[in-house]
Write a protein that binds this ligand. Structure first.
Ligand code: GDP
Length: 395
């Protein structure tokens, strides 16, 4: 509890430093390892114990989640990570892995600025990989790639270094081909292909909690040969300790995903068609915590005690208890009853949530997922487009 309280306090402090915030989603084709990876990141941030991370599958079915201290299937979770001597606040939004939840995935993308796309090294890019990439890019959300289950290439498929390299390169090429195809259609998005050299690709094993990237190899001095030796000789604990997955991934998140100050000026014109020559627009572009309140609701959840919880992204101003706010598409105003952030599956009430953060509020009785909530009447955000699965033709 003491540790958790400290994390909450640190999250509250960091909420006021938008340069050090990263709002991210992890997205993947079903079974590629999204849950296992999310678990690992929470363990790395000290939210759950190291031993329980990576064993979620057995535990999902056999044990009460409460025993592990937090709810692993949490829709939203905040954690802190120190990168290059500075602590960062990482707000992670879960995206449902199943095709039927395509709409939810798109909504989650509205709230974040970066998407970590997880691809199984054995299966490669799959139809849902394409869908989540398309959803991310449409929303102006930058992708990075984590190739998971590399342990299987080494220990199960017994691949040699050349074979393994060929396979990993082909996964990266496939993902880049998808990204290139999608960004060509969108003329205002820069080159968002991923590369090992840039550090926007990581590899590893979410199950055995080790990971590598070009920057991590330079830092730890470990190369692929060392990793293969340790994995083959079953020294996975040593591998985890020498090159922990959570450090590799969270470093990648801090280094390569834009913070809200960098992301919002680029994202706002893409998701909002209002007059950009107004103070309101300026507040959103500058992530101004003292500007008019602009909050986009991306999800409505149910809390047995507090009732409906609206969560989403604060683009401008600061959300506070007692504020009377307009809800797009409805007449009159709603009064905010409480403001909070997520820590694990639990909501922590805080005094205020400033621009650039993910907030969870009560009292917005008229809001639905997709509502624009604001202190002045405004043009609502673009509706969130549902993208369905690509049509698969069997060869
Ligand atoms: P999700 O559907 O994307 O959330 O996938 P899960 O995290 O639930 O993982 C699906 C299955 O793959 C589970 O049986 C995991 O234990 C297994 N898995 C996840 N990551 C790895 C990995 O790095 N290596 C191996 N061998 N199995 C993994």
């Amino acid at each position: 509890m003491g540790r958790r309280k400290k994390i909450v306090q640190e999250c509250e402090r960091l909420m006021d430093e938008p340069e050090n915030i990263r709002n991210i989603a992890i997205a993947a084709h079903v079974d590629h390892g999204k849950t296992t990876l999310s678990d690992n990141l929470l363990a790395g941030a000290g939210m759950i114990s190291d031993e329980t991370a990576g064993e979620q599958l057995a535990m999902d079915t056999e044990e009460d989640e409460q025993e592990r201290g937090i709810t692993i299937d949490a829709a939203n979770v905040s954690m802190t990570h120190e990168y290059e001597g500075t602590n960062h606040l990482i707000n992670l939004i879960d995206t449902p892995g199943h095709v039927d939840f395509g709409g939810d995935v798109t909504r989650a993308m509205r709230a974040v600025d970066g998407a970590l796309v997880v691809v199984d090294a054995v299966e490669g890019a799959m139809p849902q990989t394409e869908t989540v990439l398309r959803q991310a890019l449409r929303e102006g959300v930058k992708p990075t790639l984590f190739i998971n289950k590399v342990d299987r290439l080494i220990s199960e498929l017994q691949e040699g270094p050349e074979e393994m390299q060929r396979r990993l390169v082909s996964v990266i090429n496939d993902v880049n081909e998808l990204i290139r195809g999608m960004t060509e259609e969108m003329d205002d998005i820069e080159d968002w292909t991923v590369s090992v050299e840039d550090g926007t690709v990581g590899f590893g094993s979410a199950l055995y909690k080790w990971g590598v990237s070009m920057p991590s190899m330079q830092r730890t001095g470990m190369d692929f040969g060392d990793i293969m030796d340790l994995e083959r000789s079953d020294k996975r604990q040593e591998l985890h300790e020498r090159t922990p997955l959570s450090d590799v991934v969270l470093d990648m998140v801090c280094e390569h995903f834009p913070n809200p100050v960098d992301a919002q000026p680029r994202r706002i014109p893409r998701i909002w068609r209002g007059d950009d020559d107004t103070e309101l627009a300026e507040g959103m572009r500058l992530v101004d915590e003292d500007g008019e309140v602009v909050f986009m609701v991306t999800d409505i959840g149910m809390d047995p005690h507090a009732g409906e919880i609206a969560s989403g992204r604060v683009f401008s101003g600061s959300l506070e208890k007692g504020q009377e706010l307009y809800v797009s598409g409805t007449a009159g105003k709603n009064r905010i009853q409480s403001v909070g952030i997520y820590m694990g599956g639990e909501r922590e009430e805080v005094e205020r949530v400033p621009a650039g953060n993910i907030a969870a509020v009560t009292g917005l009785k008229d809001a639905i997922a997709g509502s624009t909530v604001s202190s002045v009447e405004m043009t609502p955000f673009e509706s969130i487009e549902h993208i369905s699965e690509p049509v698969i033709t069997k060869s």
